[in-house]
Design a protein around this ligand. Structure first.
Ligand code: 3SL
Length: 237
């Protein structure tokens, strides 16, 4: 297995891996994993808000939840921003979640052409690794979302956790990501607090979100793309 890491969607090369994984630990892929673990029917992701609204309007409105943030703040008129704490079973079970976030949804768009697309966060990283290992994909791309085109510590740490579990580091970024995870795996909250997006969330009073997103393997979830932009739970039972 050849595992490559790309820090942002902009750095993803042309071509098609057997499996591509979108990572946006703070907070889009943590929220997606939580929503699907708590029984959401699907998470539909959109880069822009107008397209999101048009698609959401086709569904019976009692089945729909709209989630979205810009610069970490909830989009006006939406049911929630992008906090995983919103996604309790009571709120999300059997609902379709329409979601748009600053960076995470752009990453998903960039890799949506791959035959298998997953999302990963630290909270579900072991489930994602287990699936990838079982499928023995020849090429795997792990794509961080970063922040508006730049590298992020938290996405790289999660990519590193996957590289550690999968082996097969195929570029320098993969080796560096594994080293970052190795150094910080026991202090992930501290690492996330140092991260620029962690700092942004701290200013918004969202320390609890950071702690939740830094808790490895706490959520049983394997978000898989069913069709471009639509994620469903890949685990049964
Ligand atoms: O950038 C993103 O996609 C978001 O996850 C950012 S936030 O944590 O919701 O602010």
């Amino acid at each position: 297995m050849q595992v490559s890491v790309f820090h942002t969607p902009e750095l993803v090369p042309e071509g098609r891996p057997a499996c591509a994984v979108a990572i946006d630990v703070l907070r889009a892929t943590s929220t997606i994993a939580t929503a699907l673990a708590n029984g959401a029917a699907a998470v539909h992701v959109f880069a822009d808000l107008k397209t999101l609204d048009a698609a959401a309007n086709h569904y019976p409105q009692d089945q729909v939840l709209r989630g979205g943030e810009r610069d970490g703040k909830q989009v006006e008129g939406f049911d929630f921003g992008n906090s995983p704490f919103f996604c309790t079973r009571e709120r999300v079970a059997d609902r379709h979640i329409f979601m748009s976030t600053t960076n995470g949804t752009r990453t998903l768009q960039r890799i949506s052409h791959a035959p298998v697309v997953l999302t990963a966060a630290l909270i579900n990283v072991a489930y994602v690794a287990e699936f990838i290992r079982a499928q023995a994909f020849e090429t795997v791309w792990l794509v961080g979302s970063g922040w508006q085109g730049s590298f992020s510590l938290e996405d790289t740490a999660c990519a590193g956790a996957l590289v550690e579990q999968l082996g097969g580091a195929a570029n320098d970024e993969a080796v560096a990501a594994a080293a970052l995870f190795d150094s910080w795996q026991d202090d992930l909250v501290e690492l996330f607090e140092k991260a620029s997006h962690g700092q942004r969330l701290l200013k918004l009073g969202l320390l609890d979100d950071i702690v939740y997103c830094a808790t490895a393997n706490s959520v049983r979830s394997l978000p898989c793309q069913r069709e471009p932009g639509v994620l469903v739970q890949g685990l049964t039972g």
